[in-house]
Design a protein around this ligand. Structure first.
Ligand SMILES: Nc1ncnc2c1ncn2[C@@H]1O[C@H](COP(=O)(O)OP(=O)(O)OP(=O)(O)O)[C@@H](O)[C@H]1O
Ligand SMILES: [Mg+2]
Length: 231
């Protein structure tokens, strides 16, 4: 099992969308996945209820998870599923702290603005504090969302260079701005059901989401192997 937590106190950076995409691809590849909706606005539950028939049986949703229940639910799901994916509210609260405390990997989505970079630094600071508190390392990685090949801002280039210089792990795959990714949250179901009538380029969206999931799975697999060697 791997507990993957999406966190960024900045709202609207793409936490819920990325969490849903990752869960869909992993489930499509046959893994058991538990999606934990720990945002009081319940975006994952809204996505789920739009078209539950189009969601594979090996992808399970746990709605209405609060700071009182999150630790127990993560542990419980981790004993049952290969991947536990946690979506959090875009603010700093106790549920965020507890989820990071249980994470095998924290993924921090961000866009290419300085404001995003500042919020990302806050999440990394929180992870470092929790590492000290729990005396364990908490792997994390930043990744870029909603990027566009057409509009690559100068800010984005600077921010990527800064992250590299600060040795902050960054995924080599971005989740680009795509109508298909927006459509999933609006229509429900998975990217594998989208037709050309519903969105343009569904195939490119699938390839992008799969490349993202491959990178994430690679990190979690390497960690598991490291854990085995250390044991
Ligand atoms: N890669 C993407 N391509 C296109 N649209 C996207 C992408 N990622 C997110 N969006 C859109 O951006 C908006 C915010 O995304 P999302 O809800 O995933 O962000 P969030 O970080 O979970 O927000 P919150 O902090 O409010 O929970 C949504 O309208 C979503 O459809
Ligand atoms: Mg969200």
């Amino acid at each position: 099992m791997s507990v993957i937590v999406f966190a960024n106190s900045k709202g609207g950076v793409g936490k819920s969308t990325s969490a849903v995409l990752l869960a869909q691809v992993l489930a499509h590849r046959g893994a058991t996945v538990s999606l934990i909706d720990a945002d009081p606005n319940q975006p994952l539950s809204a996505w789920w209820s739009r078209d539950p028939r189009r969601i594979p049986d090996n992808l399970k949703l746990i709605p209405k998870v609060t700071e009182d229940t999150i630790t127990e639910i993560i542990d419980d799901e981790a004993s049952k599923s290969a991947f536990v994916i946690v979506d959090l509210e875009g603010s700093a609260n106790l549920a965020v702290t507890y989820a990071i405390g249980r994470a095998d990997l924290v993924l921090i989505p961000m866009q290419g603005s300085q404001l995003d970079a500042d919020q990302t630094k806050r999440v990394i600071d929180l992870i470092c504090r929790e590492e000290r508190a729990f005396r364990r390392s908490i792997p994390y990685s930043v990744f870029f969302t909603r990027t566009s090949a057409a509009i690559r801002s100068r800010d984005l280039g600077h921010i990527q260079a800064d992250l590299k210089e600060a040795l902050i792990p960054t995924l080599p795959v971005e989740l680009t701005e795509r109508a298909a990714f927006r459509a999933i949250m609006q229509l429900g179901g998975t990217i594998y059901d989208l037709t050309k009538d519903e969105v343009s380029k569904p195939k490119a969206a699938i390839e992008n989401a799969e490349a993202f999931a491959r990178e994430v799975a690679l990190i979690t697999r390497n960690q598991t192997n490291k854990g085995r060697v250390a044991a």
